[in-house]
Design a protein around this ligand. Sequence first.
Ligand code: CUA
Length: 370
Amino acid sequence: MVENSFRLFPEAASSIAGQVDALYAYLVLVSAFFSLLIAFLVIFFAIKYRKRGNEIPEPVDEHSIGGMVLEIVWSVIPLGLSMVMFAWGASIFFTESRPPADSMEIYVTGKQWMWKIQHNEGAREINELHVPVNRDIRLTLTSEDVIHDFYVPAFRTKTDVLPGKYTTEWFRPTKVGAYHIFCAEYCGTKHSGMIGTVYVMNEADYNQWLGAGSGEGSMAEQGQALFNQLGCATCHASAINKQNGRCPNLNGLFGSTVDLKDGSRVKFDEAYIRESVLYPQSKIVAGYDDIMPTFKGLITEDGLLKLVEYVKSLGPKNGTQTSAVPAATQTSATETTAGAPIKGASQGSQPKTRNQDRTSPQAGSVPGNR
Ligand code: CUA
C-alpha cells in the first residue's frame, strides 16, 4: 500500500532507483564533507590567526612553490569530483531516456487535473496505472492543455508532459505494490491534487486485470474505427489509394523515413502522425498534393493516440527498416513536434469545456476508476 509514515527517501521500486540513489548519496557525501571541512577551517583559521596585540603579520611570498602546489591541488581535486558527478549523472540520464526496444507501451494524457491512461489492449483508467512487475514499461505522454509532469518517486523517474508533443518515460518496476504518481509541474489551482497511484502487479494478476478489459477492443481496433468514422479510409485505405493515388498508402510506413515535397525527410513516427492529422499541410509527402483537411478540433488527444496505434499496427515497429519507401534511407529521428499553441496556458486555473470532447466519437465513454 501507499505508505503514509514519514520516510527520508521514497521506496526504491524500479530498476533505476538504486543507481539514482547511489549517485544522490555521492552528491550528499561530497557536499557534506566539503561543507564540514570549510566550516572547520573558517573557525580554525579565525582562532589561529586572530589579531594579537600590535603584531604585524609576515608578508606573503606570492611566488612560493608551496602556494602553487596548493592552488593545483584545490583545483584538480574538485574538478575530478565534479567530473565524476557529470559522467555518472549523464550515464543515468542516457539510461533513463532510452526505453528498451521491446518495452510494453502505455499512453498517458495529462489534463487539468487528471491523468488519463490507455493500454494497447483497450483498458482505460483515470489517475491509476496498472503495470506488471519486472517488465520494461514505456509511457508515451502528451497533454490536452498545459505543461504537466509525470512523476513516480518510487521509480525515480519524471518527465514533462507537453501539449502538442509526445514525450516518453520508461521504467522497470521491481516490487509489487502501490506507489504515488505526482504532477511535478505547476499547472493551475488543483495542481497539488493531480495525483494518482501506480499498481505494480504480478504477471498473472495483471493479465487478469487486463482481461476484465473495457470491452471496446484494443487501441488499434478503436483507432481503425475512428479512421473509418473520420473518413480517413476513403483516401488512405490501400485499395482505393491504389486506384487514384491521391494519398500515401499507410501500410508498412511506421518507423520508416519519408521524403517530403520540399526535399527534406522526416521519420514516420508518432509525432509525425499526430502532426499530419492536425496540421496536414505542414509536411507533405513528395508526389502528393495539399488536399488533406485538418482534423484539429475534431479529435481528442486520446483519439489521436488511437489513430497512432492503428497506423503503427499497419507497419513495421519503431526503428525497423522498411521497404515501403524505397528511396528512403534511415536517418536519425527528426524532431517533428507539432507547433500546437499552448491552449489554456494563460488561464491555467480555469477548467474548460472542450469542444473536442463533445465532437469526439469517444466523448463520455471514458470509464472511471476500475
Ligand atoms: Cu498537472 Cu501540475
